[in-house]
Design a protein around this ligand. Structure first.
Ligand code: ADP
Length: 258
């Protein structure tokens, strides 16, 4: 099977008039269709920068990035990006927010509108389609942001701390909820998070990045008793704390050697 995304020896540094800040060093990674990968690492190590490179917002200084057909697959890969803040437009209704991406990319046809309406129903947002974002809870707003992202049918989803603006309890519910939805839709996803429990409860694979300039320090497959455990069930599994300790040691080991 060809990877959806392939990074080979990617390096990147930010350049300002005063200094050069090396951020990524020699990152190589293959991501396969349907994988849910979490990326953890010390704050400021380069996680968001890595997503920006994958999304094409930044160009790597060195190395190659291959997406979809370029990796040998048979179609181009569309990438969707979901950020920490839901970035809904307050003056547009939920429906108008949900179809924003389709509008901008001139894909607002009957088929896509029908699909988006079905998603609003599926995600329990249909009754709010004529409401405004300020009338929704933080969790519901994030679900609208997800519907808007999925409307463009991205095969690869980049999620940059999408739950961190939510309070703890809502965060647990919404992250579990959204990760299950992404898996049901069989999307390929890369989730950047600073929350180790969130990573373990959702991912098939966890990448631990080292301090800046970040390299991949560990690439850990996550396997629970069965493949279809919900994030909540994973949190209650005896395997959970073993994974937590293992990955925590990778992170802390690095802190101690700084
Ligand atoms: P993370 O997502 O892991 O917290 P980032 O990728 O946001 O880390 O940032 C990595 C490093 O690059 C940080 O030290 C940050 O200060 C620096 N950085 C981020 N954006 C810029 C920029 N536009 N110009 C210069 N340095 C930057």
């Amino acid at each position: 099977m060809e990877p959806v995304l392939s990074l080979k020896n990617i390096s990147y540094a930010y350049h300002t008039a005063q200094a050069e800040t090396p951020v990524l060093s020699d990152i190589s990674l293959d991501v396969f269709q349907g994988e849910f990968i979490s990326i953890v690492g010390p704050s400021g190590c380069g996680k968001s920068t890595l997503l920006s490179i994958i999304n094409g917002l930044l160009k790597p200084d060195e190395g190659t990035l291959l997406l979809g057909e370029n990796t040998g697959g048979d179609s181009p890969v569309k990438v969707g990006y979901m950020l920490q803040r839901d970035q809904l437009f307050e003056w547009r209704t939920i429906w108008q927010n949900a179809i924003l991406g389709l509008e901008i990319t001139h894909q607002l046809n009957e088929k896509n509108m029908k699909k988006t309406m079905e998603r609003l129903k599926f995600y329990d947002l249909y009754d709010f389609k004529d409401s405004y974002p300020s009338q929704l809870s933080g969790g519901m707003r994030q679900r609208v942001a997800l519907v808007r992202t999925l409307a463009l049918e991205p095969q690869l989803l980049l999620l940059d701390e999408p739950f961190s603006a939510l309070d703890y309890q809502t965060r647990l519910m919404v992250s579990d909820d959204i990760c299950m939805l992404i898996k049901k839709e069989k999307r390929t996803a890369l989730l950047v998070t600073h929350d180790l429990s969130e990573a373990i409860s959702t991912a098939d694979r966890i990448l631990v990045l080292s301090k800046r300039p970040a390299g991949i320090k560990a690439d850990i497959p996550i396997q629970f008793e069965t493949a279809d455990l919900s994030p909540l069930e994973r949190r209650n599994s005896p395997l959970f704390s073993a994974y937590f300790n293992k990955i925590w040691k990778e992170l802390i080991g690095h802190e101690q050697h700084q």
